[in-house]
Design a protein around this ligand. Structure first.
Ligand SMILES: Nc1nc2c(ncn2[C@@H]2O[C@H](COP(=O)(O)OP(=O)(O)OP(=O)(O)O)[C@@H](O)[C@H]2O)c(=O)[nH]1
Length: 84
């Protein structure tokens, strides 16, 4: 169900002309939980390889255990508009 909702949100964002070409960061949170999706499964189920015309990046994170949060911050800093 969560993937279905996320997929809807993703398609909604992709259809917005004002966001055309904007880099996209997908976060798979709660990887500390048993049964969490793998990055490969998330990539496939969200159809991330089929998105064209923009940078698409996917990180697997745990907010609870602070896993990969530094990587997310780095990505945001690197892609923030004021840095260009
Ligand atoms: N185990 C675990 N729990 C988390 C993590 N991140 C957030 N949570 C918990 O998930 C619950 C919902 O968190 P929210 O910040 O309200 O997120 P939300 O997007 O409103 O809800 P979700 O549908 O759960 O994502 C809270 O109890 C958080 O403490 C995580 O990385 N691991």
């Amino acid at each position: 169900m969560t993937i279905y909702l996320s997929l809807n949100e993703l398609h909604d964002l992709l259809s917005k002309p004002s966001l055309s070409g904007i880099p996209m960061l997908i976060l798979g949170n709660k990887i500390d939980k048993p049964g969490a999706l793998s990055k490969q499964d998330l990539t496939e189920q969200m159809g991330l390889k089929c998105i064209n015309g923009r940078d698409v990046c996917c990180f697997m994170i745990s907010c609870k255990n602070s896993i990969n949060i530094d990587t997310v911050i780095d990505w945001l800093v690197k892609h923030s508009k004021w840095m260009n």
